[in-house]
Design a protein around this ligand. Structure first.
Ligand SMILES: [Zn+2]
Length: 259
C-alpha cells in the first residue's frame, strides 16, 4: 500500500457487511453509498463490497482520504516530508508532501503567468509562400475568426487555452502565498483552491500545443512554416504545468487551509 513507511495510511478492510458486536445497520447514512457508522462506532460498508469494517473506532472525517481514481477509503496517519502514500488497489498517489514544495509551486506558477501573458503578444506562427509571408499572434489568430458564428468558437478556444490556465495559476498563487509565509489563508482561499481543482480538466494548453504541432506538420506541405517564440513559450508552459502538478500535494494544502 505504501512506499517509505508502513502504517502511514490504513485501508478500511474489505467485507460485505459489518459483523462487529453492537452493530446496527439502521444507523448508516442511506445517502452514503461508501461507508456508514454503526451504533458501535465502527465505519461500515453499506453497499460497496470493497469498503466495510474498521476494526478501530471511527476516525474523524478529516483523517480519512478517498482515492480519487477508485474510491477506496483510507485512514491517514502521520506522513513525513519525502514519504508517499499510494492507493493499495490502483497505486494512485494519494499523499506525497515534499520539502519546500509550496515555494517551488509559487515560483513555477509565476514563471507560467509570465509565459502565458508574453505568449499572447509575441508571434506564434509565421507562414511564407511564393515570396509572401505573414506572422500572427494567438490573439490575432483568434480575432481572425471573430466574424459570424465562429466568434463563439474562437472565444471558447481562447478561454480554454489561455484564460483557464491563467486563472488556475492565479488561484494557486492566491491559495499558496500566505501558506508558504506561515500566515493565515486569505479570505476565500479554500473556495479558490477548490475552483482551481475543478477547472483542471478544462485547462487545455497541453492539448493546444500538441494539436498545433500535428497541424503544422501537415501544413508544411503547402507552405513554409516558421514557429514563433510564442509557440516555444507554450511548450515550456506545458512542461512547467506538469512539474507544478508533481509538486502539488493537495492533502497538505487542504490541511493547511483548515488550520
Ligand atoms: Zn485507488
Amino acid at each position: 500500500m505504501l512506499s517509505g513507511q508502513r502504517n502511514v495510511a490504513r485501508v478500511i478492510a474489505s467485507s460485505s457487511h459489518c459483523d462487529l458486536p453492537g452493530h446496527d445497520t439502521s444507523s448508516q447514512n442511506p445517502k452514503n453509498n461508501m461507508a456508514g457508522i454503526c451504533s458501535a462506532g465502527h465505519c461500515c460498508c453499506r453497499a460497496n463490497p470493497y469498503l466495510a469494517i474498521m476494526e478501530t473506532p471511527t476516525p474523524p472525517l478529516d483523517e480519512l482520504i478517498a482515492c480519487p481514481h477508485c474510491d477506496a477509503l483510507y485512514h491517514v496517519g502521520t506522513i513525513k516530508k519525502g514519504e508517499r502514500a499510494k492507493c493499495e488497489r490502483c497505486h494512485a498517489k494519494l499523499i506525497a508532501p515534499r520539502k519546500a514544495a509550496g515555494a517551488h509551486i509559487i515560483a513555477l506558477a509565476l514563471a507560467s503567468v509570465v509565459l502565458v501573458v508574453a505568449a499572447l503578444f509575441l508571434p506564434f506562427i509565421g507562414i511564407s509562400r511564393l515570396g509572401f509571408s505573414n506572422q500572427a499572434t494567438i490573439l490575432e489568430i483568434a480575432w481572425a475568426f471573430s466574424g459570424g458564428p465562429m466568434l463563439v468558437l474562437s472565444l471558447a478556444t481562447l478561454g480554454l487555452i489561455v484564460g483557464l490556465p491563467l486563472m488556475r495559476l492565479l488561484l494557486t498563487l492566491y491559495t499558496l502565498i500566505p501558506l508558504v509565509r506561515d500566515r493565515p489563508p486569505w479570505p476565500g482561499a479554500a473556495r479558490a483552491f477548490r475552483l482551481s481543482e475543478q477547472l483542471k480538466p478544462w485547462s487545455m494548453a497541453e492539448i493546444f500545443v500538441i494539436g498545433c504541432a500535428v497541424s503544422l506538420v501537415k501544413l508544411g506541405d503547402l507552405a513554409r512554416i516558421e514557429l514563433g517564440p510564442a509557440f516555444f513559450m507554450f511548450a515550456v508552459l506545458v512542461v512547467l504545468l506538469v512539474i507544478q502538478d508533481t509538486f502539488m500535494d493537495r492533502w497538505s494544502v487542504w490541511k493547511a487551509l483548515e488550520k
